[in-house]
Design a protein around this ligand. Structure first.
Ligand code: GDP
Length: 236
């Protein structure tokens, strides 16, 4: 049972002023629309529709926050989250790449996103979801560019690996690694960028992604949280 299973919808933000005031680590998830971001978040949090909350009308272009901590892990228990017990936030950034987004909406999105990525103190890492068949489109690169300057880690998840055969998977992983290694700071030191393959239907890479996210939030080193259930299964 992972600590990520405690995820609960916390709040939505459409302006910098709406961003949570909590001083807990935040890990943000970004990706082109349709890359598989919501599916991956739901699997990692062991919930059917958590990230689809970000799809509800009016929230699609917002930043949506999910809390970890302060809630029971049981999927069907919906006790109120105890705010002072929240240990981390997962941050679902709006999917990008919709051709039909208008000029002014795009500008608003760019400002909200780039400001959040560049200046958010609590943000400890970015999980970038890219379709393993179409890695690093111009907008993915834009996200990396906005974030790279912070020097914080990026974990890249190559989604839909089930659509590739074994050789293609190996190639996609190798090429993504090479690409990410091309990002270096002014001293030539590579940024802390990592990459993995992922497939929802084949359940490839779930543990690896879980471990990376928990390690980014700092929760990996903590004692298992009280799951609120009677069993004593270990938390990751
Ligand atoms: P989002 O827009 O990035 O949140 O993408 P979704 O999670 O909604 O996924 C977009 C589409 O891709 C949906 O039809 C999903 O069922 C499908 N999908 C997501 N992950 C995978 C995967 O690992 N493998 C395959 N084959 N399809 C996936």
């Amino acid at each position: 049972m992972s600590k990520l299973w405690q995820a609960r919808f916390y709040r939505t933000a459409n302006h910098p002023a709406d961003l949570p005031k909590l001083e807990v680590p935040e890990v943000a998830f970004a990706g082109r629309s349709n890359a598989g971001k919501s599916t991956a978040i739901n699997i990692l949090c062991n919930q059917k529709s958590l990230a689809f909350a970000s799809r509800t009308p009016g929230r699609t272009q917002h930043i949506n926050f999910f809390s970890i901590g302060g809630a029971h892990v049981g999927q069907h228990r919906h006790d109120p989250v105890r705010e002072d017990e929240i240990r981390a936030l997962l941050v679902d950034l709006p999917g990008y790449g919709y051709a039909e987004v208008s000029g002014s909406a795009k500008l608003h999105w760019q400002e909200l996103l780039s400001n959040y990525l560049r200046t958010r103190k609590q943000l400890v890492g970015l999980v970038l979801m890219v379709d393993s068949r179409r890695p690093f489109t111009a907008l993915d690169v834009q996200m990396l560019e906005w974030f790279a300057g912070t020097g914080k880690p990026v974990h890249c998840i190559l989604t839909k690996a089930d659509k590739l055969n074994r050789n293609e998977c190996a190639n996609a992983l190798r090429m993504a690694r090479t690409y990410l290694e091309s990002y270096v700071d002014e001293h030539g030191t590579p940024f802390p960028f990592t990459v993995q393959l992922f497939s929802a239907p084949k359940r490839i890479g779930i543990e690896e992604a879980n471990d990376r996210i928990l390690s980014l939030t700092g929760l990996a080193d903590e004692a298992p949280a009280d799951s609120g259930t009677s069993d004593s299964e270990d938390s990751k």
